[in-house]
Design a protein around this ligand. Structure first.
Ligand SMILES: [Zn+2]
Ligand SMILES: [Zn+2]
Length: 244
């Protein structure tokens, strides 16, 4: 299994990084976790075959995690995709996807796709299988609008990948990421408390309860990006690959 950090930036383009988009591939797995606004150019820059992607998991409806979908769907249509595609995300995703498509490309939500598109809402702590990939969402805490907010624990090919999504500290991150082969965790700030987000200090205080086999920090603000050399943790960068 391989996880590629197609984009690992925040909503503000900190460090010139692309918005959140992770690409997971294995023998039978080919899926994205999140699809932020800049994801199509990021995928193209990294030479990723978009039409081989079977599944896109969305954590929440903020633009830096979700707003790449209209571009990706247009790209699929114009590049004559035939492979079915599943987009799964929090409750309300069908409506939110229609809204963002209409806002960005009028009438695009009404276009008949050449491929089968399924949009699936998932619920916290209700595991769902997508082919051989088992996904368990967990509710996380990230403010009033743009939710529901989900972290994901994904089991595929004997490996567990967990992603915190954007969240302040919440106990659900423990079952979401416990003993994961890879825990991708937001570390928005170093030690400064920012509402609805996670600082590295706060995350650190709970790592004993989570015990991930590997940890990669993502969604970092300028505060974190200025300290990369001294953190002592693996930090994501656009294009970085982790083999599991
Ligand atoms: Zn974000
Ligand atoms: Zn967010």
């Amino acid at each position: 299994m391989q996880v590629r950090f197609v984009g690992c930036g925040d909503a503000f383009g900190s460090g010139g990084r692309y918005n959140t988009c992770f690409h997971v591939t294995g023998q039978n797995a080919n899926f994205l976790i999140d699809c932020g606004a800049s994801s199509l150019p990021a995928l193209r820059r990294q030479g990723i075959v978009r039409n081989d992607i079977d599944l896109i998991l969305i954590t929440h409806f903020h633009g830096d995690h979700f707003a790449g979908l209209p571009f990706l769907l247009l790209d699929a249509q114009f590049s004559r995709r035939t492979r079915p595609l599943v987009i799964a995300g929090p409750r309300g995703i069908e409506l939110r996807l229609t809204q963002v498509m209409e806002a960005l490309f009028e009438n695009s939500s009404k276009t008949r796709q050449r491929f089968e598109l399924s949009v699936v809402a998932v619920e916290p702590e209700q595991p769902q299988n997508f082919g051989a990939i088992r996904v368990t969402p967990y509710a996380v805490v990230h403010g009033e609008s743009g939710g529901p907010f989900l972290a994901y624990r994904v089991e595929a090919e004997g490996r567990v990948i967990a992603y915190s999504a954007d969240t302040e500290w919440t106990q659900t991150l423990i079952p979401a990421a416990r003993d994961a082969d890879l825990f991708i965790a937001e570390a928005y700030t170093y030690d400064r408390a920012v509402k609805n987000h996670l600082s590295l200090r706060t995350l650190e205080a709970h790592l004993d309860e989570i015990k991930p086999r590997r940890l990669v920090l993502t969604h970092m603000s300028d505060d974190m990006l200025g300290r990369l050399d001294t953190l002592g943790y693996t930090t994501a960068s656009d294009g970085m690959i982790v083999e599991l």
